[in-house]
Design a binder for this molecule. Structure first.
Ligand code: ZN
Ligand code: MN
Length: 486
């Protein structure tokens, strides 16, 4: 960071589209990528006289998000009109929540693997949790697309249930902001609350940034950056904006509270509008909607809470006896976690299955530009493959060859592929013969092993592997050599 004697305070406002079948206040479907203006009705078009009807599923999903993040839900919540004039909201108000939102307090845990990869060794505050101010539920607006000299509006998005998640200004760096977004996304995807795909605009982010000199100083002048549409843009723009603010103060200038935007083409922030007066949205209770009692819904949600990412990590560590790091990698995505659990079902040494998934499968997927959900190989087959190695039927290197074949022909059976390749367990008496021959031919190393240098056995094992043309199981060969000589 440019000047270590400044304290940075960042707060995030994240808008997340909920994964529901229908919209917040009408029965229109929620779907991405369809022909513009084909999923609309008088309510989500904002036509006069059209009345809203609440989507219970959206309320439950927001309560679920809140429960997972440790929020409190007031016993009664209500709906308010946020008044403003803009073409993407033709009724001139957005139905939102003002003083009685669905969730208050709580926090987002920052997971280690959620930090940028190049920063995971320098995490300033491991185990940090960022306090939430609130989560409220509102309706998404229509999507404007600006062309050269005209603008088009698509109302398919209008009325999609939208959670607004507001954090306290407790984030201290651009890297923590990245960790916050990735951790939040992981939790929301895990629990089925949202797909939270930033590329599809399902998760959108505004940030507030200020810097000050000493902890005792009040928070510095707040600059808001609007509509940051990817995690990498959040990181880049925060670095830029922090440096810019410090630079201004160092020059003796003061800042004006304002909204800025990030221009990715030139790689800098630029002023949108100053905010000398706070926006006045003239909130008032929506007369078309009754307040909602939440107690029953909260109890219902609490009765079947899904496992959180960090809870899964702990369970993987103890159930499968794998390291914290491996467990974190496997639990980083719900699909990957489920895949591993299926592959490890009935495995004698689940750790080997974990290693295989992390070291071989993920690498192969990456090379083919695939995600775990597109993985052609069924998890059970990975379990079978690792089982063949464990049983000594094939060696680890042979297993890699079987795996390549399996990846190209996922319908085949690992055992059958091994047989086709001639990877059958070598005849034990033949291997014994090789071992005796190698010991006789290499008195030097054999003598060292006999004197207690177990490492010298590696050389002998290598010789046996050569003689058997890779068919012998190296672990068993080493064991036999040691048994014979020591
Ligand atoms: Zn509609
Ligand atoms: Mn909002």
């Amino acid at each position: 960071m440019a000047a270590p004697n400044y304290i940075v305070s960042i707060g995030l406002e994240v808008h997340v589209q909920l994964k529901t079948e229908s919209k917040m206040f009408c029965g229109c479907p929620v779907a991405f990528g369809n022909e513009p203006n084909t999923q609309t009705c008088p309510t989500c078009l904002g036509l006069p006289g059209a009345l809203p009807v609440l989507n219970k599923g959206a309320i439950e999903k927001t309560i679920l998000a809140g429960q997972l993040l440790g929020c409190k839900t007031p016993p009664v919540v209500k709906w308010d009109r946020k008044n403003y004039f803009y073409p993407d909201m033709p009724k001139n108000y957005q139905i939102s929540q003002f003083d009685l939102p669905l969730c208050l307090g709580g926090g987002v845990p920052l997971y280690e693997l959620a930090y940028p990869k190049d920063h995971q060794k320098d995490i300033a505050a491991p185990g940090k949790k960022v306090t939430l101010t609130r989560i409220h539920l509102e309706e998404d607006v229509a999507k404007s697309t600006h062309h050269k000299d005209f603008t088009t509006i698509d109302f398919n998005r209008a009325g999609t249930p939208l959670m607004e998640i507001v954090s306290e200004p407790e984030i201290d760096s651009a890297e923590e902001a990245v960790a916050y977004l990735n951790s939040l996304r992981q939790i929301l995807v895990y629990s089925g609350v949202s797909d939270a795909d930033m590329d599809k605009g399902q998760m959108r982010c505004d940030v507030n940034i200020s810097v000050r000199k000493k902890k005792e100083d009040p928070l510095g002048t707040k600059i808001e950056l609007k509509n940051l549409n990817s995690v990498s843009v959040v990181r880049k723009s925060l670095h830029y904006e922090i440096d810019r603010q410090i630079h201004e103060y160092e020059k003796g200038n003061s800042l004006i509270q304002a909204t800025w935007r990030w221009n990715d083409d030139v790689g800098q922030t630029e002023l949108m509008r100053t905010k000398e007066n706070a926006d006045d949205y003239r909130y008032f209770p929506d007369p078309d909607l009754l307040p909602v009692r939440t107690e029953e819904m909260v109890a219902d949600v609490q009765s079947h809470l899904p496992e959180l990412p960090h809870e899964k990590v702990e369970r993987f560590e103890s159930d499968y006896e794998i390291t914290h790091y491996d467990a974190s990698v496997l639990a980083s995505e719900i699909e990957l976690a489920n895949y591993f659990e299926k592959a490890a079902e009935g495995a004698k040494v689940p750790k080997k299955v974990a290693n295989w998934v992390i070291n071989n499968l993920l690498g192969e997927l990456k090379e083919n530009d695939l995600t775990i959900s597109d993985c052609p190989v069924a998890p059970e087959k990975i379990g079978q493959l690792v089982g063949l190695v464990e049983a000594g039927t094939i060696s680890n290197n042979q297993a890699k060859e079987v795996f390549s074949d399996l990846f190209a022909n996922p319908k085949k059976d690992p055992a059958k592929i091994a047989k086709e390749k001639g990877f059958e367990p070598a005849d034990n008496s033949e291997i014994e013969g090789f071992i005796d021959q190698v010991i006789a031919d290499n008195p030097g190393p054999a003598g060292e092993v006999a004197e207690g240098n177990a490492k010298a056995a590696n050389f002998l094992t290598g010789q046996v592997m050569k003689l058997s043309r890779g068919k012998a199981n190296p672990k068993m060969v080493t064991e036999t050599i040691l048994a014979k000589l020591q």
